[in-house]
Design a protein around this ligand. Structure first.
Ligand SMILES: C[S@@+](CC[C@H](N)C(=O)[O-])C[C@H]1O[C@@H](n2cnc3c(N)ncnc32)[C@H](O)[C@@H]1O
Length: 187
């Protein structure tokens, strides 16, 4: 595997492809335009299940259209904040976050550190024993650094006896390349 032709979203997709199985139940915590939801739907297959959240109707509609175009029927779309995922999902093999704002949408609506932490805590509660959480974190630009700092500080304090947290960054790339984090439960 090489990294030079990768970006953060490609890293997260590669991670999903390597770790998900047919029949898994998974959560897309930030549906957006539906690209992650579509991949999750294909990876878990018709015997699996995807729950996809977004707070914006525009995102839910975009995701619905993309799923329909691709004939995918194993996804439940939920117009609600991801920090309430436990109201909808009892257990999941994976919960993926691609934080920030809706691409091509209103940049003033974006995810925020405090809510994202509550959502990650909920995801930890419903995570199956061999499951993972992945998080793409954007910083700089329109959203600043608040969410990155809040999420990184929270994850740094997760009990290392219970969880392993990996942080991937394109360290020598200019600007503020997004970060990719993976959280696993220790077995
Ligand atoms: C970078 S986009 C996601 C991209 C998407 N996964 C895709 O493949 O196109 C981030 C999304 O998170 C959503 N979002 C922000 N805060 C949220 C929250 N509290 N709960 C659920 N979604 C949220 C935004 O509305 C936006 O659509």
């Amino acid at each position: 595997m090489t990294y030079f032709d990768k970006n953060t979203v490609k890293l997260s997709h590669q991670h999903m492809k390597a770790h998900l199985n047919k029949g898994d139940t998974v959560v897309d915590a930030t549906a957006g335009r539906g690209r992650d939801t579509l991949l999750l739907s294909q990876l878990v297959g018709d015997g699996g299940k995807v729950y996809a959240f977004d707070i914006q109707e525009e995102a839910i509609n975009s995701t619905k259209a993309l799923l329909e175009e691709n004939g995918r029927q194993n996804v439940t779309l939920i117009l609600d904040s991801h920090h309430k995922m436990k109201d909808y999902v009892k257990s999941a093999r994976a919960v993926v976050f691609n934080l920030g704002f809706l691409p091509g949408g209103d940049h003033s609506i974006f995810s925020h550190g405090e809510t994202s932490i509550k959502a990650i805590e909920s995801a930890l509660d419903i995570l199956e024993e061999d499951g993972f959480i992945s998080v793409c974190v954007y910083h700089g630009g329109d959203t600043g650094f608040e969410e990155r700092d809040t999420v990184l500080e929270y994850l740094e304090r997760l009990d290392q006896k219970k969880y392993t947290v990996m942080l991937h960054s394109f360290h020598n790339r200019q600007g503020y390349p997004p970060l990719f984090l993976v959280i696993e439960k220790n077995r």
